[in-house]
Design a protein. Sequence first.
Length: 60
Amino acid sequence: MSDEGYCTITEGVKPPKADGPPYAECVLCREPTEYPESYKGITMCPRCEWQEAQRSACSG
């Protein structure tokens, strides 16, 4: 039995990094992110991105 595809995490398309302020707010905690404010879409700060990755990771 192949495990391929059983437990995959797909990386979403990440917004481009901002060169400087203004920064977009994190959709979860409202802290500034490293992404430009002009980006239209979901943005998360590094801490919330990490926590979300932990929640969605496979637990083996």
